[in-house]
Design a protein around this ligand. Sequence first.
Ligand SMILES: Cc1cc2nc3c(=O)[nH]c(=O)nc-3n(C[C@H](O)[C@H](O)[C@H](O)COP(=O)(O)OP(=O)(O)OC[C@H]3O[C@@H](n4cnc5c(N)ncnc54)[C@H](O)[C@@H]3O)c2cc1C
Length: 378
Amino acid sequence: MTYDLVIVGGGIWGSAAAQAAVRAGVRSVLLLEANIGLAQESSAKSGGILTDLLWHPEDQDFVERSRTLFAEAREHSGDVSVAQRVGLLSLAEGEHVASLERRTADLKARGIPFELLDRQEITRRYPRLDRLRQDTVALWTPNDWHLNPTAYAQQATAEAREAGLTLRTQSRVDGIRLTSGKVFVQAGGETYEGERLLIAAGTWTRKLVRLAGLDLALLPYRVQLSSLELAESHRLPMVWHLSTDVYMVPDGEKDVLAGDGTRLSEFDPDDYQTSGDDQFEEEIAERLLMVSSLGERAGLRSSWAGLVGATPDRRPLLGRLAERLYVACGDNGIGVMRGPALGELAAKVALELAEAPHLNPGRFRPEPFAIRPGFTLE
Ligand SMILES: Cc1cc2nc3c(=O)[nH]c(=O)nc-3n(C[C@H](O)[C@H](O)[C@H](O)COP(=O)(O)OP(=O)(O)OC[C@H]3O[C@@H](n4cnc5c(N)ncnc54)[C@H](O)[C@@H]3O)c2cc1C
């Protein structure tokens, strides 16, 4: 049979794309995923932060659309972990205070609730943040969410399967052939035929387009996260400390996920260290100590690393790369919070139901470039 749309990659972007294609009424959609289950790579390794504090206005729109899709998935699945309103406390001192304050005009204009807090008020609300410098200022954004991308991907594809999506897991694509009439995709010893192909395989997307003799300006870089057991209950919201770029996400009453450890150089998605570095493990509790004495007795449960995809302008690569071939990648480290919206847009562009020429994946030559972090206020 010939599928109307073949999608490669069952992370949060590919799962959202599959759901959107089926919702758009496409008759036959095939989703191919290399792993045994959905969203087990970067999507599963993420901190799960969703925030309106993004530097690019269009990303703020993607977050807004994603909120709607996450909320629907939470409602349909009955799984509250899909999206929880936890709030984010962004802490800054010295030169970083101005960047926080600059964001307030934008939040106000968009009607997003926020508060600016001085150190006294921060510690009144969160006594466990007992190591803050005198000049610390916080931006409190109560509407920011914590997400469970795997639960979202499962719900999105479950709905799509009921409406006719074909899902093949354990199907690693290792061959792509484009002809003027069809596209042929090889995976797990099978050859699948499609009218169009959408590759949404995260940091593997470049390797996959190379199977078709093409290339992309996408550089995978490595991001680390740890699970810390704190000696006592903490009652903290999500916390982002701008000066050290450490962020913490509550994970139960006594645990937090804590991350930084971004390595801004290129890594191979098939060959990189998936556990945290020794140095990262040694330093993460110390960095926590810059904001809270909870770091003194923090125990490391585990640490891991995943890859995210950098692009030269830190914007997604989304759209048509060649006849019948579309891609969606370039998450720049903030791809879970925008994943449902970007997956949906990618499916619509591949089906010619929407246009996003400014995200055209061929807008850069596939040449080396300096990797810059995407999760930043600047
Ligand atoms: C430590 C860490 C913390 C992060 N924290 C956050 C955060 O707090 N908030 C946020 O918004 N983002 C965060 N991110 C970024 C976020 O995880 C990614 O942007 C997002 O997961 C990208 O989703 P994706 O679907 O594009 O990629 P992935 O989830 O990697 O999915 C790609 C899929 O393609 C499949 N695939 C690859 N090759 C093939 C093949 N040949 N054949 C078939 N299938 C294939 C893979 O198995 C995988 O399932 C974080 C990332 C890391 C690593």
